[in-house]
Write a protein that binds this ligand. Sequence first.
Ligand code: FAD
Length: 453
Amino acid sequence: MTFDYDLFVIGGGSGGVRAARIAASEGGARVAMAEEYRMGGTCVIRGCVPKKLMVFAAGHGATLEEARAYGWQVEATGFDWRAFRAKLDAELTRLEGAYTRNAENAGVEIFHQRATLADPHTVLLADGRRLTARHILIATGGTPFVPPEFDGQGAMTSNEVFLMDELPGTMLIIGGGFIACEFACVLQGLGVAVTQMYRGAQILRGFDDDLRHTVAAEMGAQGVTLEVGTDLVSLERLPDGRYAASDTNGGRREFDRVLFATGRVANTGGLGLEAAGVALQENGAVKVDGWSQTNIPSIYAVGDVTDRIQLTPVAIREGHAFADTVFGGKPTQADHALVASAVFTRPEAATVGLTEEEARREGPVKIFMTSFRPMQTAFAGGTSKVMMKLVVCAASDRVLGCHIVAPGAAEMIQFAAVALKMGATKADFDRVVAVHPTMAEEIVLLRKPVREG
Ligand code: FAD
């Protein structure tokens, strides 16, 4: 049977673009791709990139204040959101163009419209065209989840944050995950009075407990009103467009805007997966094996739509491994072990490996930890604290986890991840001479365990 293409990729985000480019440029495949919104996907258009630029913007406010404490005669007269938005929009458009060009230069044909599956080898475009391919890659990512009882009331998700015309005076953020915490810090840093409400006992579920508590304390110290163990009961849209929110503590308060950061779900709805016979997980994500192959041999899936680790570099690795395996003659499985990640709160939190709780389940551990006021902010009178922690296997001395809350933690953890991936022991960390004066030096100066067993 002849096909229109060797590969059809549905979704022009991190995973899909990498797979398409490698399959075309290194595998010599005839590749087509469909993108229904904007090339680059979540990371570039409404995730990592615009978020990090907002983190930078918010950080400058704190830097200005600190500079004053250092003797600079500067005065911040406020943040111009409109000016920032215009620059942000231009930057995202530039990146979108670069993604499009890079894919096209590699020989990928792009259809700027929605695509669905008609059968294991056929894709149906929104304009009615049917195209066939030997292989189909589902790389449709995820989408914000809003609890159904609050859907349709005009509250925002992370998708809309970057599109606000102006910054509100007050904002309620619902959720305790990394996206909720990052937006709470960013918006507070830009001058919005933020209340963050989370029904669980502590924010950042799944991260190490000491990291979670340190971030929560730092967020509170920055002015974010953090309410854990509290859930939203009702949300009412007021005649002036604001919101009245009632919570499980019996409170009723008004906010200018409400943001739901209550998780993400796989983009599999209405995709024709049933027609093609593709099996899904209970939560709607596509079921795949270690090769990113679904139960239908011609159909693969990578990235957030498979709900493995929802991070851009993971989606990219999965897309690359797929292209190497299917078109490059290099069978490769993406490696999901010891993936480092960061939370861009203020200060940042970053982590690689096991939490203390996870490690304890596997056997006795030694915990090395320090907490201190870093020189830079302490000099300026700041009370902000840094936390560094190593979780070490008592039997082998191997470092199983590294958790840091500090300015620049995301940059530090990348190198800690190399050490952990190489199987570094605590003795290896101890052999390393410190770089002085830095915050990071403390990670090689942890002498006595704070807990054992
Ligand atoms: P996506 O990038 O979501 O791409 C999927 C694409 O498919 C989208 O462009 C979509 O429009 C398109 N599509 C969907 N259905 C169809 C269809 N039927 N037809 C055609 N096109 C379709 N990760 C990090 O590593 N670091 C971070 O700091 C970070 N910050 C984040 C902040 C936020 C606010 C969010 C929401 C996410 C963040 N992430 C971060 C996660 C990261 O963005 C995702 O893990 C990554 O984008 C997943 O890539 P993907 O290729 O699986 O999907």
